[in-house]
Design a protein around this ligand. Structure first.
Ligand SMILES: Nc1ncnc2c1ncn2[C@@H]1O[C@H](COP(=O)(O)OP(=O)(O)OP(=O)(O)O)[C@@H](O)[C@H]1O
Ligand SMILES: [Mg+2]
Length: 259
């Protein structure tokens, strides 16, 4: 009787796991940087699967390969070996143009530095993503009112609708990072890739930005974040650890709320 119940429970759990849609899949990824007199093995046989709706953190000490891994996931760099799929599409061997197109459509980046353009308003900083994407992929041009709608909806998601006409240097660091998050969200990417989002913020603003990422994830956004700060890693539901270019642990699945 107990065995039957256990089997049924296991089957239900397996079915739930099977229904999860794979967002990104890295298999046996290696990255070697070659400079004049030395080779650096930044990543060694990394396997990682991220499902739609996941919030994954990858933490590890400085130099362990976090940014190198994120650059490969974001199609900013290519691995030395291994395979990489985004939403089922093999992107390991694509040329520069195709990579840029998929990057613009599927990936939203958030970095430690906000990288906003000081001469443009908050609105225009975010709208730029949509304008640039049209030119780049040759897809149907959005009308000005469609762009306006998308930008205001992204600003609302980060609770910054009241600052659309400000310039970035008229905002606090925490507010600038929220604008950078809105910019990452506006194109409705498959995943947000986040590198040390709190690195330039004091702990109050850092906590607020992490709270925002957590609530975006709860509303359905898939997130992969790298950080050396283990306190912030705990906001993620799945915590991975990288050491000397290798994943050293199996994922830890948190039950219930992270503190
Ligand atoms: N373009 C490059 N050329 C040569 N070596 C590089 C290059 N980029 C990174 N490396 C090396 O690869 C290793 C991993 O670097 P990476 O930037 O991924 O570390 P990280 O975990 O992001 O560190 P941090 O926490 O300090 O940001 C380091 O030893 C670094 O020196
Ligand atoms: Mg780094």
């Amino acid at each position: 009787m107990m065995t039957d119940l256990k089997n049924t429970t296991n089957n239900v759990m397996n079915e739930t796991a099977n229904k999860k849609e794979v967002c990104l899949q890295l298999s046996n990824i290696a990255k070697i940087f070659r400079t004049q007199d030395m080779e650096t093995h930044a990543l060694r046989s990394v396997d990682l699967t991220i499902y739609k709706g996941d919030f994954v953190s990858i933490s590890g000490p400085s130099g362990c390969g976090k940014s190198s891994l994120l650059a490969i996931m974001g199609l900013l760099d290519s691995p030395t070996s291994g395979s990489y799929h985004i939403v089922g599409k093999d992107v390991s061997q694509l040329g520069v143009d195709m990579r840029a197109e998929i990057r613009n459509k599927s990936i939203g980046f958030i970095f430690q530095s906000f990288n906003l353009i000081d001469e443009l308003s908050v609105f225009e900083n975010i709208a730029l993503v949509l304008r640039y994407r049209e030119v780049d992929s040759g897809s149907k041009e959005l009308t000005e009112s469609e762009i306006e709608l998308a930008v205001h909806s992204a600003l609302a998601q980060v609770d910054m609708g009241h600052r659309a006409e400000h310039k970035p240097n008229q905002l606090s660091g925490g507010q600038q990072q929220r604008i950078a998050i809105a910019r990452a969200l506006v194109g409705k990417p498959a995943i947000l890739l986040v590198d040390e989002p709190t690195g330039n913020l004091d702990s109050k603003n850092g906590d607020a930005v992490m709270g925002l990422l957590k609530s975006l994830n709860k509303a359905g956004t898939t997130i992969c974040m790298v950080t050396h700060d283990t306190r912030y890693a705990e906001f993620a539901d799945t915590q991975m650890h990288l050491l000397d270019g290798e994943m050293i642990t199996e994922p830890v699945f948190m039950i219930g709320e992270a503190s």
